[in-house]
Design a protein around this ligand. Structure first.
Ligand code: IVH
Length: 671
């Protein structure tokens, strides 16, 4: 006869298995077991629960989804990607958001915002052609969604035909699908929260199943559109309503940060009275022309931000402080705490940020602390309850050597702030430090880097342990026959892995540079570098000859980035990794066949341009197929001058016969 502990252990094991397969099925749409095997696990759990009444789990099939959404929807490439928004929690975040806008525009102006409640649902994109709904698509990964038209058509808020005469011939209307709180009450045993309910219902194979759960739709933006002449987001919202879409009745237009904060406080107080879940407010620059100018960073618009509602917090005890080593060598202390429920999520880890933070707050093992969890952000310690501190408690001593590889750690001196960094780092920033190497590998396969689906973080850890992957290039030399023999792997999952590795081989130069995981070289900087070097061979030349200094001429790249590149490639092993990767991958060169109005023309700037930042001017030129240079040479066609131009550049340009033009003349060239 098994003991209670053993039974519980076995039960938890089965639940874990179920969660894993649910994830593979629902999130990744790539199941690794047959339906019958899945049902077997499910039944085993149900039988155990029947037999032993003390067994309970939120993930049990008794509690969760009664539906099995389909994974057989056709895919659809969004004409305009469905991006996410950056988050703001504090006033400071909002100020930074606005500051970045001013910097980009090179001007301090009064900005009007369209303020909209952020409904916590599932976004959908509706394509109308000739006033008729032809496609309804889920967000998917933002680039490719699933065609769920029939399911969306069951939602009464979604018009299938539009009668207004001024409705564009072709337009994608985007908005949120959600379930009202009062309707959720009736099905709350089937889903963890209203958002899951909306998502589960939308992905049913049979629209009749979708229809069983009352869904709603609120429209808030457009994707692709055939030119329509709205000046403001708020006008577009009014037209949405006129055309027959539901819009949020709490939308307003406000124009300074103080007013945004006041409104945020007001809504935060009344959010519980609303009939649907909202998790914050969205602020969008109201002027659509300005939105257009501001554009996007790699994953979010510069013209909008989500101001989340404040976090939940709870008191708990610090059981231990562990030091994690990150991809760039940063030593991050993490508090292991007594598990505590914060806003419906069980929290057992909290970040302590860095060495200085522990010192500043004098956080010690055994302390009772207040922990806060805001949105998707990692929980962190707010303060220590000193009254509850034990008299025997000891100061926490931060390690001085890397807990992973034993190397020396340092706090870098920042020449700009004239201060030492708050973060302590392992000096062995390479694949020689085990933890750094593993984190670098996880970064290499991550979504924005090589995006190798079948190879998650857990698999990387496992394959590392088994000596299957130690360096990025090992990924492309895997011995699949060995993997097939591992626990949890079958021919289906091995094949999926093979395919996703094969598919990842074709990669843009930007993504490739980002994927190497060089400190200070994020997606944006990788783009700047790849625009400059154009192809992997010339990047390698620069590396081999240590010619990184020439990057100083790239707008946006500074000494910090250059030093980081020098440092990374001063280690020959890193250079070798790059060379090996170049040989197995198909790294696409920057596309140089372009047909814009500035084709074959080169530009350079000197002096401050009024009302437009360098970054924007540069992006305007590139959008129109022009190239920007960083030196006056005979290859230069135009020198664009602003306020206080450099005399030397002007003189050189005159000698070489380069055309000298003003900002206005540049804009004229662009029409
Ligand atoms: S605009 C590029 N407006 O929030 C901007 N999004 O994190 C795209 N959301 O995926 C979104 N209410 O699901 C926008 N009024 C609103 C919104 C809203 C909710 C959701 C949407 C989106 C996510 C962005």
């Amino acid at each position: 006869m098994k003991t209670k502990v053993e039974i519980r252990k076995y039960y938890n094991l089965k639940i874990k298995e179920l969660i894993k397969h649910n994830k593979l099925y629902y999130d990744k749409s790539s199941p690794v077991i047959k339906d019958s095997e899945y049902d077997k696990i499910k039944n085993e759990i149900l039988n155990l629960e029947n037999k032993y009444s003390y067994l309970k789990n939120k993930a049990s099939p008794n509690v969760t989804v009664g539906y099995k959404p389909s994974n057989s929807f056709k895919k659809y490439k969004h004409k305009v990607p469905m991006l996410s928004l950056s988050n703001a929690f504090y006033e400071e975040d909002l100020q930074n958001f606005e500051k970045k806008i001013f910097n980009y525009l090179n001007k301090n102006i009064k900005i009007e915002y369209s303020v909209e409640p952020k409904i916590d649902g599932i976004s959908a994109s509706l394509t109308y052609r000739n006033k008729e709904l032809i496609y309804g698509v889920s967000r998917g990964d933002g680039k490719i969604g699933e065609i769920i038209t029939e399911n969306l058509k069951t939602i009464k808020d979604i018009p299938q035909k539009i009668s207004s005469s001024d409705f564009p011939n072709e337009i994608e209307i985007r908005g949120e699908v959600f379930i009202k709180k009062k309707d959720f009450v009736n099905i709350k045993n089937q889903f963890a929260n209203p958002r899951n309910a909306a998502s589960g219902s939308l992905r049913q194979k049979d629209p009749k199943e979708t229809k069983k759960i009352p869904l709603n739709f609120i429209a808030y933006t457009f994707g692709y559109k055939e030119i329509i002449s709205h000046k403001y987001q708020s006008d577009f919202l009014s037209d949405l309503s006129k055309w027959g879409f539901k819009i949020n009745k709490d939308n307003v237009v406000l124009s300074n940060i103080n007013d945004l904060i006041k409104f945020h406080k007001k809504v935060e107080k009344k959010r519980f009275k609303l009939d649907y879940d909202i998790d914050g407010l969205v602020y969008k620059v109201n002027d659509l022309k300005l939105q257009d100018r501001l554009g996007f960073t790699s994953n979010a618009p510069r013209w909008a931000i989500a101001h989340k509602f404040s976090a939940d917090s709870a008191d708990t005890k610090i059981l231990n402080i562990e030091i994690q080593v990150g991809r760039t060598g940063a030593l991050t202390p993490v508090a292991k705490v007594e598990p505590v429920n914060i806003g419906g999520v069980i929290v057992s880890n909290a970040t302590l940020h860095n060495e200085d933070e522990i010192k500043r707050k004098d956080i010690r093992i055994g302390d009772i602390v207040k922990i806060e969890r805001a949105g998707d952000v990692i929980p962190h310690v707010i303060n220590v309850d000193l009254a509850k501190r034990s008299t025997k408690s000891k100061l926490f001593i931060f390690p001085k050597i890397c807990p992973s590889c034993g190397s020396k750690t340092i706090k870098e001196f920042n020449i700009i702030t004239k201060k030492y960094d708050a973060v302590r780092r392992c000096t062995n920033d390479s694949f020689d430090c085990e933890r750094i190497a593993i984190e670098k590998l996880k970064h290499f396969i991550s979504k924005e880097a090589l995006n190798i689906d079948g190879l998650g973080k857990k698999v990387i850890e496992k394959f590392w342990e088994l000596n299957l992957i130690k360096r990025p290039q090992d990924i492309f030399k895997l011995d699949y026959s060995k993997i097939l023999k591992l626990d949890g792997w079958g021919s289906l999952s091995v094949n999926n892995l093979k395919t996703s590795i094969e598919n990842s081989k074709k990669v843009s130069l930007q993504r490739f540079i980002y994927s190497i995981g060089i400190r200070h070289i994020g997606l944006e900087n990788a783009k700047l570098i790849s625009d400059n070097v154009k192809n992997i061979s010339s990047f390698l030349e620069i590396i081999k000859n240590n010619k990184f200094d020439k990057f100083i001429n790239i707008d946006g790249i500074g000494e910090t980035q250059i030093n980081s590149l020098k440092n990374f490639f001063s280690n020959n092993k890193n250079v070798d990794i790059l060379i090996e990767l170049k040989n197995v991958l198909n790294i696409e060169s920057q596309n140089s066949v372009k047909n814009g109005i500035l084709k074959n023309n080169t530009f350079m700037f000197t002096g401050k341009l009024e009302g437009i930042s360098r970054a924007e001017a540069k992006s305007l030129i590139e959008k129109n197929s022009g190239t920007t240079l960083s030196n006056v040479s005979k290859n230069l066609n135009y020198l664009v001058i602003g306020e206080k131009p450099t005399k030397k550049k002007l003189d050189q340009a005159k000698i070489l016969g380069v055309k000298i033009i003003s900002k206005e003349e540049l804009l004229k060239l662009l029409n």
